[in-house]
Design a protein around this ligand. Sequence first.
Ligand code: C2E
Ligand code: CA
Ligand code: CA
Length: 735
Amino acid sequence: MKQKRQQKNWVGSIWIGVVILIGIFSFFQLEFAVNQALYNTVFNLLHSTAVEQQYTVNLSLQTTKNDAVSIAKTVEGKNEMEILTHLQEQQSIFQFDGLYFMDRLGNGMSADGNLAATQVVEKLNYDTESVMVTKPYQSVTTGNTVIGIQAPVFYEQVVIGYVLVEYDTTPMMAHLAESLAESGHVIITDAVGNDFLTTTEDFVSREDLREAEFTDSAGLQAVQNALAAHQEGSVSFVLDGVPMTGIFKPLNINDWSIVLVVNENEVTREVQLMSIIVVGALFVVFIVLIILIVNTTTGKRRVEEAAYYDDLTGLPNLMKLKRVIRKQLRTHPKRNYAVIKMDVASFKSINEMFGFATGNKVLLEIANSGKRMQDPSFVMARVGGDDFMMFCSRELGEKLTQDRHQFEQYVVDAIPALNQHKLKFRYGRYFVEQGETDVNEIINKLHLAHSFAKNSGSEGVFDYDDTYKQQLLINTEITNQMEPALKNHEMVPFLQPKFRLSDGCLIGAEALVRWIKPDGKMIFPDQFIPLFESNGFVVQLDQHMLDCICVAFKDWSSRGYPCVPVSINFSRRHLSNPNFVAELVAIVDRHEVPHRYIEIELTETTILNNEERLGEVLADLHEAGFRVSIDDFGAGYSSLGMLKSFVMDTIKLDRSFLMTHQQEDRGHLVIDGIIKLAHSLNMDIVAEGVEEQAQVTLLKEMGCEYGQGYFFAKPIPLQQFTENYMEKPSADNAT
Ligand code: C2E
Ligand code: CA
Ligand code: CA
């Protein structure tokens, strides 16, 4: 069973491993897809940036062009002095880097009143009627890189000169650089690819480009063609291992184009970071999910183990056993099966005598013997304290119960602490009928067979019998009737006298309960006491018996009869009641009965179950002045050593003891020994179940003083006892 569970664990782990691998693979796929999507978005953005920059440059220069044209218009028809004044006015408004007027020969003046510098003069085209834009150059006045815009000045439709406006490119280029951050640069170039404006000096030079590996086979040439044709386009290349993208757009100025060159790594760094964050977050969620799933499955497995397996032995429990049986009956309905239930008689006493650890070892060894079974159809379950159940083929079930003594010996041998103390097992067995499918019904029948095995007190295997069900019904009926019956005084004491063997003198009596139904039918205690023991009602019954006996004492004393002590049986159940003795005293005192007349009979099992508690109870009983006797001495696990631990007044020698040993010399010696020991301990001995004269003679020879049994008298109703032994105290019955 454990192997199967381990196998299950393995399969589970493999599954989780596979899921994690698939998960990791999917995440790489996902990362790739996310990256791709983000890349596309970024490159679309880059294209939009290029368009925006194209627009910015066009607009800036167009505006300056317009300014130049309007200034040129305003100076038309003015003389040199007037032109100079006008230029000065305009310059104060526009704040150009430079503002000039030049005649067609290149003679001219600056708005600041100086002659136009030679560099400026050289920039101009003196043979045009159009507005012209010069290549960038350094302004003489400001030192900035400027573009000169020359607008013709007409006089009677003839060009007489030009107005030159110097446009500072620095703010424009700064703006362009800003929109790319550090990830690339912007170049303004002409159709042949001569760059004349770049945002960064050391980004990609023209020399660099020659060494670049272009993704497109046409490479640099394709770019040059596109520039020459004043067309837009893009190109990818790798430079020193760095992937780059170039995007170019034509400008409205001359044959110029604007080119964006970007380092893809720089641009996509954020993208990659973002995709890593996104995918990472998803991965974390995935792992958390896996952990949750693993936790719930292992949790479920743990819950299942707790629900289906016994902690101490690791065996399946009843719930699991039922499942196994149900499955087996469903899959192989034609086979013959057996169920067996067993327990250790007086297991509690084993715990008391040998210690809890040894008790546990007994359970473990039973479980081990079950685990060692090779038969695949065999299952053993622990279904309660020392209750075990087995399910197997009918054939195996028969064999197991047949060889049970071997198994029992194996358990004893395996535990040296038991000191070869014989364990008594009780077995119930049920052979499942063909076609039977109701597992609960099967288990109920088995429980019933086992409960009969337990109650019978005899050894052997109890097979389920339909009459058990009848008995169960009777038990239910008794349970239903017991309380009203007690109230109705249907449970009454019979008294069995006890005699001194030497002279036949009455020395006492034992109260034994009889249940007399309203129809007069008498039920004996063996029919209901075991049931009352198990349901606890025996406690009430015993107190009721004591009460009845006290009433009888009152009656006898009021009539002046000589009284003898009466013993009342008290179940082991009373020991768990801390007020046991106090309640007992209360009952006796209520009827004002002298305590010395009351004797409490406790059975050996009572004694073995809880030594410490028993010691206390015995001390309290003696202190209260009651007599105490050990009932059924020699019937159970009695040990003579016990006599030294507890102070008792009387030993009641069990009937079975007397019977077994009456013909044997060894037996005689044992009884003889017990009697001597009891006397030396100042205890009385009452032999129970004396049926024959021979026994009386023998007991007398051995020095046993008292006897009780059918030979003298059967238990008789109170009334009759009063008549026989109180009113006529000579006691004819005695010998
Ligand atoms: P016990 O205490 O050992 O009582 C002696 C039993 O042996 C009585 O059976 C009695 O009728 C029977 N007996 C007496 N002399 C002979 C004999 O010569 N031969 C044979 N074969 N039997 C003899 P009973 O009255 O049926 O009681 C059975 C058991 O029921 C008692 O065994 C006792 O353990 C229990 N019991 C009876 N009355 C009460 C009670 O009021 N309270 C409790 N707790 N247990 C009771
Ligand atoms: Ca008794
Ligand atoms: Ca007895």
